[in-house]
Design a protein. Structure first.
Length: 309
């Protein structure tokens, strides 16, 4: 392809990204009313044992986690948040994840916080009969191999693996944790989980489940009346979605993916902050109204002295 052709492709891709990002920013808001528990399709073998913790943490490895922090610098820059892939997930983020899973009835989901446990993932792959064996031992095996050979403990990348029903977290951002929880909730409702996982992994199609997970996270925070968390989520999840759009628009563009993401993420940040500002203004208005009612108080009406006599 000629240089002018490459430039035209880049320009067209960027224009498409901006349009798609802005469209999502308008349409992909918090869903109301929020549905906490849907009709899940599960398998009894995936029930956690009584002595097994649903959320587990990897042991602290300063050198490995330090390398992971450096590897995650591009993500930190794109989302403009140093907590992305920082490999130091706080108790607050863990608590937000635990509360989300509990309130949505997702007891079979395993959460690994900055943990590398390939043997555990292979066992969960074998047990997850909610996914057909054909998909488990083809696409599922590929995901398990990827987890084993490319440890997220180093390369980062918060994700949900539908073939093992496992969430892996490396970022100290509740919004991202809830987004991954949204993926697990979405897959729990699917009858043909393996087919859904493979089809939605295709370029372009992947934007659908990402939008579902993002809307679920925002809807959950709104239903919980967590305005601070909802505003923070808009600032993180909108630019994150813009990077998904960029990836879908440039799947075959060599070395151009990061540059396109850098351009696409800008409108995501702009609209995300605009939505966050709306949420904060609404929260402040509610506070002002509440304070006004408390200041006025309640005064007992004067009694008619003559009527008492």
């Amino acid at each position: 392809m000629s240089q002018s052709g490459i430039l035209f492709t880049l320009h067209s891709a960027l224009r498409t990204i901006c349009v798609c990002t802005l469209f999502f920013s308008v349409a992909g808001c918090a869903t109301t009313p929020y549905v906490y528990e849907a009709s899940y399709i599960t398998h009894p073998e995936m029930e956690l044992a009584e002595e097994e913790s649903q959320i587990v943490r990897g042991k602290r490895r300063p050198v490995i986690d330090g390398i992971g922090w450096v590897v995650g610098i591009p993500g930190k820059i794109l989302l403009w948040d140093r907590r992305v892939d920082n490999h130091r997930v706080s108790p607050e983020t863990e608590a937000a994840m635990a509360e989300y899973l509990d309130k949505n009835g997702l007891e079979q989901v395993k959460v690994r916080i900055n943990e590398y446990d390939p043997w555990g993932e292979w066992k969960r792959l074998r047990k997850n009969k909610a996914v057909g064996w054909g998909w488990r031992y083809t696409a599922g095996t590929l995901t398990a191999l990827t987890y084993t050979l490319l440890p997220g403990r180093i390369i980062g990348g918060d994700n949900y693996n539908p073939f093992t029903n496992t969430i892996s977290l490396y970022s100290d951002l509740p919004a991202i944790a809830l987004h991954e929880g949204g993926h697990s909730k979405d897959f729990a409702t699917r009858k043909y989980k393996g087919t859904y996982a493979v089809v939605t992994a295709l370029p372009g199609v992947a934007l659908w489940p990402e939008a579902i997970a993002t809307s679920d996270a925002l809807g959950y925070l709104e239903a919980e009346q967590n305005a601070t968390g909802e505003a923070d989520a808009y600032q993180v999840l909108y630019p994150a979605y813009a990077t998904y759009v960029a990836g879908a628009a440039t799947p075959f563009l060599p070395y151009g993916d990061l540059a396109i993401k850098a351009g696409a993420v800008i409108p995501g940040h702009i609209v995300g902050r605009w939505k966050a500002r709306e949420v904060r203004q609404k929260q402040q208005l509610t506070r002002d109204n509440t304070a006004g009612i408390q200041q006025v108080g309640y005064t007992e009406p004067a009694r008619d002295k003559q009527s008492d006599e």
